[in-house]
Write a protein that binds this ligand. Structure first.
Ligand code: SDX
Length: 390
């Protein structure tokens, strides 16, 4: 071994790369994409516009955005044979597992998108991924419901397509509620990138071996699935429903979260970087109130969430550990009000995070980053002579 190896569990104090994409300040609760504040982008930009910004580095002109949207529309058809793969899954399969498998399977049907040798090939692989990932993400839901799989409608916008892909039934016409489309557009923006989080680091690591973009994104989906990461938005709703069923006794669950002998954690609370409010949680909390009010949804779960948040923010254990609500704490409440089923919440996170994963993979490839290969400190047996135990 040359030099000293220091172990840094969870890479809490390690930097893996230089990046120009996203800036976080955990103390001040700041999040910026390519220098623009998340507050401005959530308020004034659209999801595809922000996707373009993350991936190509600048806000698009109207013409560039139209071109990007049209280039995505060229690839919105998913090979019919992909249906054989989804048909191999039981209806009860978790959508994140299906999504990861289908994303990896895209390689089989788009072999040219595997090794991008030039800018043109990279751009085409990016547009293919943006197009096909949205469709197969909704197929996971349609499959679980036993509904026929829908096709992208090139006469509609990206987020509006998400709604029709998910909810349009052959039994009648479907029109997406523009309030819901707007709310989702904002939610996808808020999830779009977050520097070197667990799933993005996974996308970079897998991509660093020059595995293709689909394989790298598929690995990111698997990492995001975990309840400590993107899976937290589903776990938050399950926790809030449990508290609600238990009579809304938030103090009892706060005590469980503080009990070191109890594995229960307050889902949607805490963050590796933010030691202050997650700026996304603030925006989503405000949006939750607006969306539920506009839709006339009176969800007791929202009141439980607010009661739990207020109690935790007053509590010494949480205050002393700088534990605040994160992006996952309120997002599930909005998804539920929008009619999204709970086990699709993390798929929603993946759809939002897709442009961030793509941008980070593109930057890693363009910077010709070396293959990821950390070292270790060996603590196993010294050399020993072979003596069979048979
Ligand atoms: C996301 O990294 C990103 O950017 C992720 C993300 C993104 O956009 O990509 O922001 C998305 O993943 C948000 C996080 C979603 N996960 C959850 O909400 C799950 C609940 N949160 C925790 O599991 C935890 O806070 C993590 C995983 C988010 C962060 O864990 P860390 O940084 O490894 O912190 P830690 O586990 O070392 O906790 C420090 C202390 C410990 O107590 P002590 O050992 O010091 O006594 O705080 C405690 C922990 O026990 N703690 C919690 C807690 N989170 C931390 N105690 C109770 N409930 C919690 N939620």
């Amino acid at each position: 071994l040359t030099g000293v190896i220091t172990i840094d569990p969870g890479y809490k104090n390690s930097g893996s790369c230089k990046s120009e994409i996203t800036f976080l300040d955990g103390e001040l609760g700041i999040l910026r994409y390519r220098g623009y504040s998340i507050e401005d982008l959530a308020e004034k930009a659209g999801f595809l516009e922000v996707s373009y910004l993350l991936i190509f580095g600048e806000l698009p002109t109207a013409q560039q955005l139209e071109q990007f949207e049209n280039d995505i529309k060229k690839h919105t058809l998913v090979n019919e044979e992909m249906k054989n793969i989804i048909d191999g899954f039981p209806k009860t399969a978790h959508p994140m597992g299906v999504l990861s498998a289908l994303t990896s399977a895209l390689t089989a049907f788009n072999p040219k998108a595997v090794n991008v040798e030039n800018e043109k090939e990279m751009y085409e692989a990016i547009c293919k991924t943006m197009a096909k990932f949205l469709v197969i993400a909704t197929w996971t839901y349609r499959k679980s419901m036993g509904y026929p799989l829908n096709y992208y409608d090139n006469t509609k916008g990206y987020v509006e397509n998400f709604m029709q892909l998910m909810f349009q039934l052959p039994t009648g016409p479907y029109k997406a509620n523009p309030i819901i489309v707007d709310a989702l557009d904002k939610l996808f923006i808020l999830h779009a990138d977050h520097e070197q989080n667990c799933s993005t680091s996974t996308v970079r690591m897998v991509g660093s071996s020059h595995a293709g973009l689909f394989a790298s994104i598929s690995a990111g989906v698997s990492a995001l699935w975990g309840p400590l990461h993107g899976g937290a938005n589903q776990a938050v709703l399950e926790m809030l429903e449990e508290i609600n069923k238990d009579g809304g006794d938030t103090d009892k669950f706060l005590a469980k979260a503080k009990d070191k002998n109890d594995p229960f954690r307050l889902m949607g609370f805490g963050h590796r970087v933010y030691k202050n409010f997650d700026p996304r949680a603030k925006i989503i909390k405000k949006a939750a109130n607006e969306v539920l009010e506009t839709l006339g949804v009176d969800d007791p779960i929202l009141e439980i969430a607010k009661k739990l948040e207020a109690a935790a923010l007053e509590d010494e254990y949480f205050k002393s550990r700088n534990l605040y609500p994160n992006v996952d704490f309120y997002s599930g409440i909005i998804y539920r009000a929008l009619g999204i089923p709970t086990d699709m919440f993390t798929v929603m996170f993946a759809i939002g995070r897709l442009p961030g994963w793509i941008a980070q993979w593109k930057e890693m490839r363009e910077n010709k980053e070396p293959i990821g290969r950390p070292r270790q400190i060996y603590t196993g047996h010294p050399l020993r002579e072979f003596k069979s135990n048979k």
